[in-house]
Design a protein around this ligand. Structure first.
Ligand code: PLP
Length: 384
């Protein structure tokens, strides 16, 4: 599949001016390897940006989740509590380790892990003597979860929290960087994320010894001797020095990209909020969202469904998507337990049916955005 220059994508890469310089430097110095100066510098620059003592550059966000779970000692027979309303990459590493996910619903205020559902599920698990090894909290669509409330529940049971901040790099929670609130945090630089290395990820933590362990596992667990000696199971998970060069350039424009994404969101909201049963994803009072994607919901009784708008936009060569399908509904996770937000609120299933992600790229022009708004409006006026 090649990118179509006439198509408007949901969240395309948006390069700045510095990426090429760092990549050239890698070529000129022949550091075309999964180690090197860009990799080290990108780790240091990311750690400084989010205010973490250290960071490990990896081949993907999924790899970072995998390592974070293993650092929490997750293994065969264990369970891990995990947000249900998220992308599959949050949870597949639980299966890689032979463990079982237990899915938790989101709350309406932030669309992220519901502290009250978590509390109920942990109380039940505790009574059954089946507490999880870790709790994996996802920060969806650029917004942080309510970490104070979640941490409080997890502290009761002394459970480590992993923050999947793949979609929320640059967001804040009570002034602190998204991804730095749990024991481990992960970021993704996949092509659709707010900044990209074409593919890549990062693991952060206050525990620098744990990060050293992750670096060791990520380089095939090669022991520090000249011959190839391996006393533990490892992976080939390091980010290449070339791609880290792209990441360094992208990090320089991250704040600009956040401002651009938020401006895209504001334009949609000003044009569409409150009309034809449209409501936008809320921004919780406890933090600042990056608005990585603009997401809205249609009223349950709206004659127009998200798929009608997706089809109308697609006919004009514009990409839109439904909200993530909850993981507890995915065939690959059939049989896994799930706790809804409340007896009368199954939030992730509800928002999956009513939710819509609009093109949100930081490079989206005002003219293109107005065209999108026009198509959404006319689809709603037509009634489907
Ligand atoms: C993108 C994403 C991942 C996986 O990141 P990759 O770099 O694509 O492996 C994990 N979790 C969430 C919430 C994501 O959006």
């Amino acid at each position: 599949m090649t990118p179509n220059p006439n198509r408007i994508y949901l969240s395309p890469p948006h390069l700045g001016e510095h990426e090429r310089h760092f990549v050239e430097e890698a070529f000129q110095s022949n550091w075309i390897a999964p180690c090197g100066p860009n990799q080290e510098a990108f780790e240091a620059e990311m750690a400084a940006y989010v205010g973490a003592p250290g960071a490990v550059a990896l081949s993907s966000g999924t790899a970072a989740v995998h390592l974070a779970l293993r650092l929490c000692d997750v293994g065969p027979g264990d369970t891990v509590f995990c947000s249900s309303l998220t992308f599959i990459g949050s949870a597949t590493p639980i299966l890689f380790l032979g463990a079982t996910p237990v899915f938790i619903d989101s709350e309406p205020e932030s669309w992220n892990l519901s502290p009250q559902a978590l509390e109920r599920a942990l109380r039940d698990a505790s009574q059954q003597g089946a507490l999880p090894k870790a709790v994996l909290v996802v920060n969806l669509y650029g917004q942080n979860a309510d970490m104070t409330a979640i941490q409080k529940v997890c502290d009761t049971y002394r459970l480590p929290v992993i923050e999947d901040a793949a979609e929320s790099l640059g967001a804040t929670y009570r002034g602190q960087a998204s991804g730095t609130l749990g024991k481990f945090g992960i970021y993704s630089f996949n092509g659709n994320k707010i900044i990209t290395t074409s593919g890549g990820g990062m693991l952060v933590s206050r525990d620098t010894a744990a990060l050293d362990k992750a670096r060791y596992w990520a380089t095939q667990a090669r022991d520090p001797v000249v011959h190839y000696e391996h006393s533990e199971l490892g992976y080939n998970y390091r980010m290449s020095n070339v791609l880290a060069g792209i990441g360094r350039g992208q990090l320089k424009v991250l704040d600009e990209r956040i401002a651009q994404r938020r401006a895209v969101f504001d334009r949609y909201r000003n044009a569409l909020e409150g009309k034809h049963g449209i409501t936008f994803m809320p921004e919780a009072a406890f933090g600042a969202s990056t608005r990585w994607l603009t997401v809205l919901t249609l009223d349950a009784d709206s004659p127009v469904k998200p798929h009608d708008i997706i089809a109308a936009l697609d006919a004009e060569n514009i990409e839109a998507r439904p909200v993530w399908k909850p993981l507890h509904l995915q065939p690959v996770f059939a049989g896994c337990a799930y706790t809804p937000h409340a007896a009368d609120c199954n939030f992730s299933e509800d928002v999956f049916v009513r939710g819509l992600c609009l093109p949100s790229g930081s490079s989206l022009s005002i003219e293109d955005q107005e065209r999108i708004i026009g198509i959404v409006r006319s689809t709603l006026q037509r009634g489907g």
